[in-house]
Write a protein that binds this ligand. Structure first.
Ligand code: KG4
Ligand code: ZN
Length: 336
């Protein structure tokens, strides 16, 4: 089955063509990060307008790369939420139009399910049940994946998402938006023990996350000594990153142990972080848990994961409908 996936929930316009559930024929991602950089974050109105402008060229490039035509597409899968309303609407209307014109079904996909299932595109994919940590710019959740399509939320952030903490810290340091990858890069030359940053909600059995205190601790350092330069900047980035990776992985391992999971999967943009990946590997090995982490390009926003989530839902017997609408706030445990 040939599925065309569409992702426009935030500031990436992405279109992918997926053959059955593994073979990515094309995965085109046009990032608007540079457009939003001077505002220090995503401007919803600008994001919607850019999606409108990029979506057709993106489709043409994907079809060209895959050497396919729209007549050959058998299923459409589009991110319907959560995300920015105007941005989501562009993708949803685009998908429904194509599906209507070509007489094909159109599935509305939850963006978080896309991140959670990105790991299933890998050669070595986990079989449910497993624990999934989804860490992105807007979300930080731990899900029990009981079966494909059956997710139970075990924990989430009480304030900032992990990616938001990276982006806000980067902004305090005068680094361009989005700052996660920049902090990761600068941290490579730093000492992660240089600053004793706090780890919130350390109690046993508490899996929820909190990152606003950490961001405030960084702000205090800057208020005291100004924006650090050179080695001090590298050390600050490394210490901040260590605190995020430490909290995320500790809670993940603890939840896996308490809930009886033998496998953990990571997903979302922050799962591209080098320290989170290495610390998760270290701790999973020590706890004798199997760890699955997608390639960095499948951690950040893409449409291949949306195509896969739509395809899997269709194979489970779910059917899309042309009344599909954008759902800016959509919890993963709810159906479309
Ligand atoms: O999943 P994603 O692409 O979009 C959302 O659904 O939000 O995640 C974007 C987030 C941003 O906050 C970005 O700074 C962060 O992922 N990110 C990283 C890295 N690459 C992207 N954070 C830390 N280290 C990275 N290497
Ligand atoms: Zn995302």
């Amino acid at each position: 089955m040939l599925t065309l996936g569409i992702e426009t929930s935030c500031d990436e316009t992405a279109i992918a063509l997926l053959h059955n559930s593994r073979e990515i024929l094309a995965d085109v991602v046009l990032s608007q990060a540079q457009v939003h950089e001077r505002f220090g974050g995503v401007v919803p109105e600008i994001a919607s307008r850019n999606h409108l402008q990029y979506v057709l060229p993106c489709l043409e490039e994907a079809l060209h790369k895959a050497q396919k035509t729209l007549e050959e597409v058998e299923l459409y899968a589009v991110t319907a939420g959560p995300g920015l309303q105007g941005a989501l609407l562009v993708g949803v209307l685009f998908a429904k139009t194509l599906a209507g014109v070509y007489g094909r079904p159109c599935m509305g996909v939850n963006h978080l399910e896309g991140h959670l299932l990105a790991i299933a595109l890998a050669e070595d994919a986990p079989q449910p049940p497993f624990l999934s940590l989804v860490v992105s710019g807007g979300h930080t959740h731990l899900f029990a994946v009981e079966a494909l399509g059956r997710y139970r939320q075990l924990a989430s952030t009480r304030d900032d998402a992990a990616g938001e903490a990276f982006d806000k810290t980067a902004r305090l340091l005068g680094l361009p938006y989005p700052g996660g990858a920049q902090v990761d890069f600068l941290a490579r030359k730093g000492n992660p023990q240089a600053f004793a940053f706090p780890r919130a909600l350390k109690g046993k059995g508490i899996y929820d996350f909190s990152f606003s205190g950490l961001k405030t601790a960084v702000a205090h350092v800057i208020a005291k000594e100004g924006i650090p330069r050179g080695q001090r900047l590298y050390d600050l980035c490394a210490s901040f990153q260590e605190a995020v990776a430490d909290s995320l992985t500790k809670k993940c391992m603890e939840a896996a142990r308490q809930e009886g999971f033998e496998a953990i999967a990571l997903g979302g943009g922050v799962a591209a972080n080098s320290r989170l990946r290495s610390l998760a590997k270290e701790r999973a090995e020590a706890a004798q848990l199997r760890l699955y982490v997608p390639e960095p390009s499948l951690c950040t926003d893409n449409a291949a994961m949306i195509a896969l989530a739509g395809h899997e839902a269709y194979m489970r017997g779910e059917r899309g409908c042309m009344a599909l609408d954008a759902k800016p706030t959509w919890h993963l445990s709810e159906r479309a």
